[in-house]
Design a protein around this ligand. Structure first.
Ligand code: A2P
Length: 317
């Protein structure tokens, strides 16, 4: 499996298992099956509500000798309601306890959005805290301290724009080494790729398959369905691959990590085998033409009326 190399020599397997929307009851089997098939990278977050069950799958897999902790890359994230510096370490410790591990490979600030302590999702505008009142520059030193203490090896962010990365680079003592963002042929973000490449920041592509199992409230009418895009189906057929495999391979060919979510054993296997696919420069060029700057996870849930967050100030575009 191809890896992304970090400054200290650590290697992150470029293909991982996504676990957003993998319900408790399903995720245990999915993680065990993925590890059995050879996945060595699992992407988690407390927001997904399933870290304790993932922890059970990990603990059993370690006990059974299926895999050892040092062969695995595990990422988790800091939820929006715990940006206050004093909350950062305790919530990481909760994640470690749930996952039944001693340290994370990578810990990310989940969103550049702050909610009042303990709020899972905002129910009214009173649940929001403006970034000006609790800026990332105050949260970041607490993230850095986790690395100093050996509680995680690398730190980074998620859903950050180039402008927000630039601002963070100005004040950071330890540089963010990852930005996990939505990336797929309908949302290619070429200037983000260029910026991250020239600043030694890796990218992870979430929603690489178009995240079709998003809750209905995160969908809009008549949105294009990535896995049903005729041009994608055509190129996939040329390679005797499925559309999902083509999408995963496309992300890998752009040197971004990619975390397709599945709880289905056949699809978990199919997705893993996408790493074997070889795309030509012509394939990549053709797919570059599919960009529509189309976000499936558009962030509207942060931008309700009266909130300090708007779609414009969230993505800085
Ligand atoms: P399932 O979990 O039942 O396999 P994303 O990673 O973009 O969030 O997409 C996840 C969605 O894509 C889920 O609905 C998942 O369903 C589905 N999915 C995962 N792998 C494949 C595949 N190989 N072919 C078709 N759909 C897939």
């Amino acid at each position: 499996m191809k890896t992304l190399q970090f400054a200290n020599g650590d290697q992150m397997p470029i293909l991982g298992l996504g676990t957003w929307k993998s319900e408790p009851g399903d995720v245990y089997q999915a993680v065990k099956e993925a590890l059995r098939l050879g996945y060595r990278h699992i992407d988690c977050a407390p927001m997904y509500g399933n870290e304790a069950e993932i922890g059970q799958a990990l603990a059993e897999s370690f006990k059974d000798g299926l895999v050892s902790r040092d062969q695995l890359w595990i990422t988790s994230k800091l939820w929006n309601s715990f940006h206050a510096p004093e909350d950062v370490q305790p919530v990481l410790e909760k994640t470690l306890a749930d996952l039944q591990i001693d340290s994370l490979d990578l810990f990310l600030i989940h969103w550049p959005v702050v909610l009042k302590k303990g709020v899972l999702l905002p129910e009214s505008i009173n649940d929001f805290v403006a970034l000006d009142d609790l800026p990332i520059s105050e949260t970041w030193p607490a993230m850095e301290a986790l690395v100093d203490k050996g509680l995680c090896s690398h730190i980074g962010v998620s859903n950050f724009s180039v402008a927000k990365l630039r601002a963070l680079l100005k004040t950071a003592r330890l540089m963010p080494e990852m930005n996990q963002i939505e990336l797929h042929p309908y949302l290619q973000q070429p200037s983000m790729l260029e910026f991250c490449q020239s600043n030694n920041i890796h990218l992870t592509a979430f929603a690489p398959l178009g995240s079709g199992d998003r809750p209905a409230r995160l969908k809009v009418e008549n949105e294009p369905i990535l896995l049903e895009e005729p041009a994608i189906i055509k190129i996939a057929e040329r390679h005797n691959a499925t559309p999902a495999q083509l999408l995963i391979s496309w992300a890998i060919h752009r040197q971004t990590a990619v975390i397709p979510k599945s709880i289905n054993p056949e699809r978990i296997k199919q997705n893993f085998r996408a790493a074997e696919l070889s795309l030509s420069q012509e394939d990549m060029q053709e797919m570059a033409g599919f960009d529509r700057h189309r976000r499936y996870i558009s962030g509207t849930f942060w931008a309700q009326e009266g909130s300090p967050y708007t779609i414009a100030n969230l993505w800085d575009e």
